[in-house]
Design a binder for this molecule. Structure first.
Ligand code: SF4
Ligand code: SF4
Length: 243
């Protein structure tokens, strides 16, 4: 027989203005228990930020901490944070004292227990909605603090993560992809370079090894400016016939 604790929590849609009770802190009995057995997908901005707390380059993060998967028929690879083989499949960044990259933790860690979905509308804008995932093991729901999705987004520093995720979503959800576009191996390599290996992309820019396709760029741009440019660049590279 299956009891309630074995059932996966069903996400419930929540309005932007509706408040929910939740707080996570070192005093909860389940502290860090959710940092295990995860399929933690990383976005380009997650990797940009993880470089800061780890002191690693994007190239080092990719080779040391990230698993790249691409199922047959999927146009683009997916990037997951490594879980370590400690018998509990713990996140590579969790310690007894908490998250060792807390200031730069990925969006999925910031947003939990909320989820945000972005949908592209017919006029190509991206609209968002929120869901709440109430899992039995999470004691954060017993806490008195209440907040709306908008307040939680601000509290968790999610705005820039959402901004960049929406830009990347325009590539993943591009009409050409819906029409069956399958990138070549070279295009997938450039997708990985431009979005997930910003440090190597910057070096190649400085050496003049990237054809900018008419996009203005400066190799001394900030990381955020460079990521914005590289997202534009890979979109142009993939979906116009320069290659
Ligand atoms: S990155 Fe930090 S918050 Fe996220 S799962 Fe790992 S230890 Fe937990
Ligand atoms: S299970 Fe919930 S309350 Fe416990 S550490 Fe994770 S997010 Fe915080």
């Amino acid at each position: 027989m299956i009891d309630d604790s074995q059932l996966a929590a069903v996400p419930k849609r929540i309005n932007r203005e509706d408040s929910f009770a939740f707080a996570c802190h070192k005093g909860v009995s389940c502290f860090t228990e959710c940092c295990r057995m995860l399929e933690l997908a990383l976005s380009p901005y997650d990797i940009l930020r993880l470089r800061l707390s780890t002191g690693k380059t994007s190239t080092e993060l990719l080779s040391q901490y990230i698993i790249v998967e691409q199922d047959p028929g999927e146009p683009f690879p997916r990037f997951y944070l490594t879980m370590v083989d400690d018998g509990r499949a713990s996140c590579v960044f969790v310690s007894a004292a908490g998250c060792t990259v807390y200031a730069d933790r990925p969006a999925a860690c910031r947003t939990y227990p909320m989820g945000r979905a972005a949908q592209k509308t017919s006029d190509q804008t991206v609209c968002e909605y929120f869901v709440l995932i109430q899992e039995n093991h999470c004691r954060g729901f017993d806490e008195p603090a209440r907040q709306t999705p908008i307040e939680y987004t601000a509290d968790q520093g999610l705005s820039l993560y959402y901004h960049f995720n929406d830009l990347v979503a325009k590539i993943i959800l591009h009409d050409s992809v819906g029409d069956g576009f399958i990138p070549s191996k070279k295009q997938i390599d450039f997708f990985t370079l431009a979005l997930y290996d910003l440090d190597r992309f910057r070096v190649m820019l400085k050496k003049g090894e990237i054809d900018l396709l008419g996009i203005t760029s400066c190799a001394n741009d900030t990381d955020e400016q460079l990521l914005e440019m590289s997202i534009n660049w890979i979109s142009k590279y993939l979906f116009t016939q320069f290659n």
